[in-house]
Design a protein around this ligand. Structure first.
Ligand SMILES: Cc1ncc(COP(=O)(O)O)c(C=O)c1O
Length: 414
């Protein structure tokens, strides 16, 4: 979408606004699909962007879906995914969430601890069911795929590879669970194809070894993925040619042993990030002790990751002012929150800015609103729209100030 498209959307729907380019989402899905052998399935990780309409788009693309809470499971089902297309991964599934997943008979609950298997077994026994589970493993190998490691190091995710003996001893005492698979997710934002391929090979080989050692048939293998996109200076695009070739080689080596296995990758960021823009309007400009501040109608309350929250390195998201490209000045772009952390662009070079200009923060389709402290200061939630060609659709209506007392009770204490 060009600046005129974005300006028109801001005009029509107001700001702050999330916009998604539907055609870009489709092309990213197709790109990833084209890198994988036909037999490997993509699961959309809906934590990336849990909008109902986005899930429906992935459903149309024939994606399956990975959920991480009962809210996500409810949305996935509402979007039309069949239970067989849904897997559930999270280190903190509650008893009620597990009950819900079991009742809905989703394809696999990916367990993250031995205790979780014990709870699933007791719920399943009560309901007179046998429940399919996969084991999320924190492997011994160092899968240095990405800057944000989620395996091979101490984390709250998965069960240590070293505990597999103990785990399978326990599982053998649990008649209402059925181990169908292995899941390993090494980390997000992997930009080097060679490392993803290396991790995949390790994952397949470990899964096959475990299935032989512990005598279960490997019906499901979820290899994670972590496919990244470049945000910052110095980062380069994932080389899809290398990825395709490498995955094909690994697949050729193992495919005969995986004919009865449903093999999956998960993806969120790669599919969504580059489709999204966050549009926020400049409402004031001011100087303070030699620094220029651009104050916008939305900030980290809607887009925490652009404000460096949760990131180790303070680099600015790519951003620009709609339909302006002339002289540059160094400014700090901030949102409306009463906290010095509400900085969505620090010492960023932008054209001369006027009140009323619209700032577009690029690559905002993944981990945007969903990962943000929306409630802080009770600003309404932004509207979210998707555009295909010249046609736009509202996926989330703009919130209202009244939303904040919804569900609250007045204090009736005398
Ligand atoms: C288990 C699991 N699967 C999938 C994802 C999505 O990863 P990405 O957005 O890098 O594709 C995550 C992200 O943290 C995750 O924890």
């Amino acid at each position: 979408m060009n600046d005129n498209d974005l300006q028109a959307l801001a005009q029509k729907y107001g700001t702050p606004l999330y916009t998604y380019d539907g055609d870009k989402i489709i092309s990213q899905f197709e790109k990833l699909k084209s890198c994988l052998p036909e037999e490997i399935e993509i699961f959309y990780s809906m934590k990336t962007n849990p909008l109902l309409g986005i899930c429906q788009l992935f459903k149309k693309l024939n994606s399956s879906i990975e959920v991480a809470s009962s809210g996500e499971l409810y949305t996935a089902l509402s979007a039309g995914f069949s239970p067989q297309q849904i897997i559930f991964t999270s280190p903190g599934k509650t008893y009620e969430e597990l009950e819900y997943a079991i009742e809905e008979q989703i394809y696999s609950i990916n367990i993250e601890s031995i205790d979780e298997a014990i709870i699933i077994n007791s719920i399943a026994a009560e309901k007179n069911k046998k429940v399919d589970i996969s084991i999320r493993i924190n492997p011994d190998f160092d899968a240095t795929c990405s800057s944000i490691k989620m395996s091979g190091v101490p984390t709250q995710f998965g069960i240590d590879q070293a505990l597999m003996g103990k785990a399978f001893d326990t599982f053998s005492q649990l008649p209402n669970i059925n181990v169908i698979g292995i899941h390993i997710y090494t980390g997000t934002q992997a930009l080097y194809a060679e490392k993803i391929i290396f991790a995949m090979e390790q994952i397949i080989s470990l899964a096959l070894e475990l299935s032989e050692t512990y005598g279960f048939s490997l019906k499901f293998l979820d290899m994670g993925g972590g496919f990244g996109i470049p945000y910052f200076k110095g980062e380069t695009e994932l080389n899809l040619e290398v990825l395709k070739e490498g995955v094909a080689q690994v697949w050729d080596k193992y495919k005969d042993r995986l004919v009865h296995t449903r093999v999956a990758v998960e993806s969120g960021r790669f599919l969504m990030a580059e489709s999204g823009m966050y549009l926020t309007k400049v409402i004031y400009t001011k100087e303070c002790k030699g620094n220029k501040y651009i104050i916008c109608d939305g900030g980290s309350n809607h887009h925490a990751s652009s404000a460096f929250l949760g990131r180790h390195i303070r680099n600015n998201f790519p951003m620009h002012v709609l339909n302006k490209s002339e002289a540059e000045e160094e400014v700090n772009v901030v949102g409306p929150l009463c906290t010095p952390t509400d900085v969505i662009g620090q010492k960023v070079k932008l054209p001369q800015i006027d009140v009323g200009d619209i700032l577009a923060i690029d690559k905002s389709g993944a981990y945007g609103l969903t990962q943000s402290p929306l409630a802080f200061l009770s600003h309404p939630s932004p509207a979210e729209v998707i555009q295909f060609g010249k046609e736009s659709f509202v996926l989330r209506e703009r919130g209202r100030k009244e939303d904040y007392i919804k569900g609250q009770n007045e204090l009736n204490r005398k």
